[in-house]
Write a protein that binds this ligand. Structure first.
Ligand SMILES: [Zn+2]
Length: 61
């Protein structure tokens, strides 16, 4: 197995770890019915529509 030639400094290791731990913002798409921003391939939580079809009935508040 290959062996590292030099010790990785604490700063280098920490910055690499920090870059890998960074959270990515979720991808959002727009609901075609109400315009709400929703996660792709999910039923819209605001209007209950998915691909133009009402798939869940929402309780009125
Ligand atoms: Zn919607």
């Amino acid at each position: 197995m290959a062996t590292p030639k030099y010790k990785t400094s604490k700063a280098s290791a920490a910055s690499r770890k920090a870059a890998n731990m960074r959270l990515a913002a979720p991808t959002l798409s727009q609901c075609g019915t109400c315009g709400n921003m929703v996660l792709p391939h999910r039923v819209c939580p605001k209007c209950g529509f998915y691909r133009g079809v009402q798939v869940i009935e929402l309780q009125d508040k």
